[in-house]
Design a protein around this ligand. Sequence first.
Ligand code: NAP
Ligand code: HSE
Length: 423
Amino acid sequence: MSKINVGLIGLGTVGGGVLKVLKDNPDICIKKIAVRDINKKRDIDGLDTSILTNDPFSIVQDSDIDVVVEVMGGVNPALDLLESAVRNGKHVVTANKELLAKHGEELFKLANEKNVVILYEAAIAGGIPIIMPIKTTLAGNKIKKIAAILNGTTNYILTKMEESDVSYEEVLKEAQQLGYAEADPTGDVEGFDSAYKITTLATIALNQRVDINKVYREGITKISADDMKFAQELGYKIKLIALAEVNENNETDVRVHPMLVPETNILSTIHDVTNAVLVEGFPVGKVVFAGPGAGEMPTASSVVGDILAIQQNISAPEPLPMMRCHHKVNANQLNIADTTNKYYISLTAVNSPGVIGTIGEICGKHKINLSSVLQKGANSRENTAKIVIITESSKESNIQNAFSELNGNANIVKVNNLIRVME
Ligand code: NAP
Ligand code: HSE
């Protein structure tokens, strides 16, 4: 074991946490830190500003640096930087889920060629240990399914909507004021962040390369206070779920969208910014990993764990072989239209005799079996009624056809929402 030199690219939320945790570690020397603005005031005790640079390429080219830690984010220039670090024989630790989802294949291939490792525990579910457990402790398993809550911001928003019967827009504003949600929350609320994370998680867990471009993604912006209320009355919570599953035909289903989760499922009990990953495999059965999915110190915990794993193994001829990429096959990814799900459908209909019959007829025509139909109050002034349906398992393409036909029917004022239901 020897002391190693680390180059840190990024000193924001995560980088600041990493520096604080490693400050007094005798085995790690932070030799250089790249930031965008070296004159920015930073709230980090004892920061040696002489090691700051605004040239991150000087870090990946520095022959004294053993490990490059990228906690800057984004694809450019992160991709060039990490390719260059690997080409120069440096091990890499990154928290960058977007980069891994979009360019993981080429980066891992290059790392194998150069006999270095790229570790990324912090990129998926922040402080929750999930990558190393899947690659090592669970290595003897055939994992067939993952269902996870991988985004803290959206889970916080959904939890607050559930607790206080307020609209999505109001909670988002509050989350932004509290600093949970970013000024531009698109990446989180439209499901991009979860899609990046499940792409990499599914790739390693299912042991086949998943293409981010074929991952279906839908965010939480259409969830209303009514949906929250009706779901609760029916015994469900609404969560943004990232799913990955291989079926008996070896087709792989990877997607992110809101779901009604039964109150009996552990994922329904995950509140606020907490993340959770439910892994189902053989021989282990079901295992749940839960904890802080984001934030300075939880994310730093994962980054530092990766740095120390490299430090302890750096002298080996082939450091950390189990943590490398061993993928040989690409996933045969299912289109969302070919998936089968139960659905929650909320609609506003004209309040007159026979309307529920019309809805049943349209659903029947599209081979959709209804499990329950509930009228949730009438508006006598507008002569309308809200109707909530839960279907049996149905094919997505049939549901989409029924959705269009319901929307075009004279007795249906509007189909308010269509949300998949977890079994
Ligand atoms: P952040 O607070 O915005 O920090 C980004 C840092 O990178 C800043 O120090 C910035 O410099 C520096 N930087 C940006 N562009 C640069 C460039 N071209 N050259 C040099 N330095 C540059 O971001 P963060 O929240 O720490 O996130 C970092 C990464 O961790 C992202 O990939 C993110 O997805 C991932 N992550 C974050 C969390 C979390 O809870 N925040 C959790 C898991 C994973 P300045 O300080 O000068 O602006
Ligand atoms: N924006 C992410 C979240 C944290 O809200 O979970 C970074 O991975």
